[in-house]
Design a protein around this ligand. Structure first.
Ligand SMILES: [Zn+2]
Length: 486
């Protein structure tokens, strides 16, 4: 039986039951994706992994089909800056730039988009779980239509070849500050901001369409008889793509807490404004779910503190991306996650322990179909996605499996662990790989075991080092030992 799922909704500041908006019963989720001008860091990855666990929980625990959309922002200030001819940020791997700004931007963003797609796949996010991963540049005409609607409704105006959203005009008829409480003195009426990202806590008119500057890539745009070559602002991208691909309102909008304002507040305002009949309670998404930040070793992640990591940095340190996945999902999404290398090591050990149990069960039961997610795990995930409690319940479940289960007991437990893995995505259910131990390794191990039993510690230690030098290690039990690769 599916379990009802409750989530904390930033819009209402309360926990709410997830019930699909659309009668087809499909849960529609939109996640703000990466801006592809460099390699995403693990702070970004936390946000994407949180949504991955969420959408998997909705499928496996909630019993709903999911349409998950994550956009790729492939046009913005930084992308244009870094793909411009002569930019030091242009990747050498891409060869020479051409004189075509649009083409350079396209090659530049596809390069980083591919890295992103590879990175999230290595962290266990399945490409086939996405309903769509739209590039912003493929939806420019939808953005232009939305801007026309906003201007027609009286909430947009043209200035110096750009189009702006008038917050003061909008506030006369609608609430602004629904996702993020804004003090009245922070409204700076009539002040215009061009940048895609701007300081929090000061509210200004934001850009819907940025007029082209010399040398910049641009799209044609006709608005009320004016020709306004330029490009979309960041906020309108997500409003238009979510509307086009999911329909408004959809079920869940996700992102990091830093996106609540201005990005999500402005997305919400635009969606409300472009439809003249949208009332006060109109919302782009029914549930707005935001994840907290990540710290590294107890400090804010930053390049200057030298604790700024990409997935590739961690791979080069020899970490398994799935151990990183386990570590990044370990905290509750509404708590700050302290990412530490000890934490990844602990996650790795816990993952291996459960993998060994799975292999023992596969030895006994072979290939079995999915069962039900154990009740404790399902209940914790359904309760505002409480992963720490779900993981504790998973460990309890694993501990409750008999040491020498019958085939039936093994099959039952294995089916349930398969269902858990549909959410956690950390384990393999293929048979245990057979290990061939070379004769020299076996001989050295036997010698060391003898030396150890003779309490000849110096010799035992020397043999341990010798084994290590050829890439093997011994695990000593009470009466026997095993040998495995380092
Ligand atoms: Zn967005």
């Amino acid at each position: 039986m599916p379990t009802p799922i409750r989530l904390y909704n930033t819009l209402t500041r309360s926990e709410e039951l997830l019930q699909p908006v659309h009668s087809d019963g499909i849960v529609r989720i939109y996640s703000c994706g990466p801006t592809v001008y460099n390699t995403a860091h693990i702070g970004n990855m936390r946000a994407f992994l949180f949504t991955d666990i969420l959408q998997r929980t909705i499928r496996s625990v909630g019993g709903f089909d999911v349409h998950w959309v994550m956009n790729i922002t492939d046009v913005d200030d930084k992308i244009i800056r870094d793909s411009t001819v002569g930019s030091a940020a242009w990747p050498a791997a891409l060869g020479e730039q051409t004189g075509d700004a649009m083409e350079n931007m396209d090659r530049f963003t596809r390069y980083y988009e591919q890295m992103f797609v590879d990175d999230i796949a290595s962290l266990g996010i399945r490409p086939d779980h996405f309903f769509a991963m739209p590039r912003a540049t493929a939806y420019v005409s939808q953005m232009q239509n939305m801007i026309r609607g906003i201007v027609k409704a009286g909430y947009g105006y043209v200035s110096d070849g750009s189009v702006y959203f008038s917050v003061s005009a909008f506030r006369k008829h609608h609430a602004y500050g629904r996702l993020y409480t804004i003090d009245a003195e922070n409204f700076r009426d009539g002040v215009r901001i061009d940048a895609d990202e701007y300081e929090r806590d000061s509210v200004s008119d934001f850009v819907l369409w940025k007029g082209q500057k010399p040398g910049e890539p641009a799209w044609e745009f006709e608005l009320d008889g004016m020709q306004l070559p330029g490009r979309p602002g960041w906020h309108i991208e997500c409003s238009a793509m979510s509307k086009e691909l999911l329909g408004l309102p959809f079920d869940i909008h996700t992102g990091g807490v830093d996106l609540r304002f201005p990005h999500h507040e402005d997305e919400l305002a635009q969606c409300t404004a472009c439809d003249g009949t949208a009332g006060h309670d109109f919302t782009q998404a029914r549930l707005w779910v935001h994840n907290e930040f990540l710290e590294v070793e107890g400090r804010k992640m930053s390049k200057s503190l030298n604790n700024f990591y990409t997935v590739n940095d961690l791979r080069q340190r020899g970490l398994d991306p799935l151990d990183v996945r386990f570590a990044l999902i370990s905290a509750h999404y509404r708590s700050v996650l302290n990412f530490t290398f000890d934490g990844v090591a602990a996650a790795g050990k816990a993952r291996q322990r459960i993998q060994n149990v799975i292999w023992d069960l596969v030895d006994r039961a072979g290939d079995v179909p999915n069962g039900m997610v154990p009740e404790g795990v399902a209940a914790a995930l359904a309760n505002d996605l409480n992963v720490p409690r779900a993981t504790a319940a998973l460990h309890e479940f694993v501990a409750s499996i008999p040491n020498a289960p019958t085939t039936e007991q093994a099959a039952q437990a294995l089916g349930q662990l398969r269902a858990v893995n549909d959410i956690y995505a950390l384990w393999t259910f293929a048979p245990r790989p057979t290990l061939t131990i070379p004769d020299t390794v076996a001989a050295l191990a036997a010698l060391r075991w003898q030396a150890r039993n003779d309490k000849n510690w110096a010799e035992a230690d020397r043999l341990r080092v010798e084994l290590g030098a050829i890439g093997w290690q011994m695990k000593d039990g009470k009466d026997s030992y095993t040998v495995e690769p380092l």
